[in-house]
Design a protein around this ligand. Sequence first.
Ligand code: ADP
Ligand code: MG
Ligand code: MG
Length: 241
Amino acid sequence: APILAINNVKLTIDEKLILKGINLIVRKGEIHAILGPNGAGKSTLAKLIMGIDNLKTPTEGEIVFDGKIINGLEIYERARLGITLAWQEPARFEGITIEEYLKLSGKNNPNVDIKKCLEKVGLVPELYLKRYVDESLSGGERKRVELASILALKPKFVILDEIDSGIDFTSIEDIQKILETMRDEGITILMITHNEKLLDVADRASLLCAGKVLDTSDPQTIKRKFEECKVCDVLDFELKG
Ligand code: ADP
Ligand code: MG
Ligand code: MG
């Protein structure tokens, strides 16, 4: 059974049709990549699944998570069902340490081992537990801390919206490993990315263009279709022009 089913989802914002009948199935336990040009509606779809920015109810269609229609649910209700979202720009929490942040994330996970979570994202616990989650961390370190917090939280399902943006090449290989670790721990991943190396760890992928999922297949096929996609070119042209 799929963990997430998006059934003919349409969304209008300010009288503009942004999502134009999305159909998408994410299988339990997979890393599912979403590829598509800028402005296609990827982040809007991510927000609608999480229910943030007041995007809680599609104009049409259903979002089914773990067999339950979640249209209209509040963020905290979705979080309770096991859905979480990580941002392009990771969170900063002034005044709390990494140790406190991870304990908070893992408070409902009885088996959580904060130090192991840090080790799994390549941060030496002794060096980081007492550091603050603020600007004193580099962008890459904050992303690692955010990924550690997901390991501590251990949701059923995580949406990662371009977490690779602004990350250097060596870190990308680390992120590949971290994603595989998450999958090994039973977390299903929906990953929005343009990064070819991250695409390599995906089990399946979907091409989202101009508010529609044009195809779902293996990652390499989707990558090729994205490169050949005329509709995607048109969308890029419209945005630039
Ligand atoms: P992507 O993440 O694929 O780059 P987005 O989901 O951010 O695309 O945006 C899709 C389209 O929806 C864009 O045309 C964007 O301008 C529009 N859009 C997104 N959020 C809003 C909003 N709150 N109000 C009006 N238009 C929006
Ligand atoms: Mg974008
Ligand atoms: Mg986006």
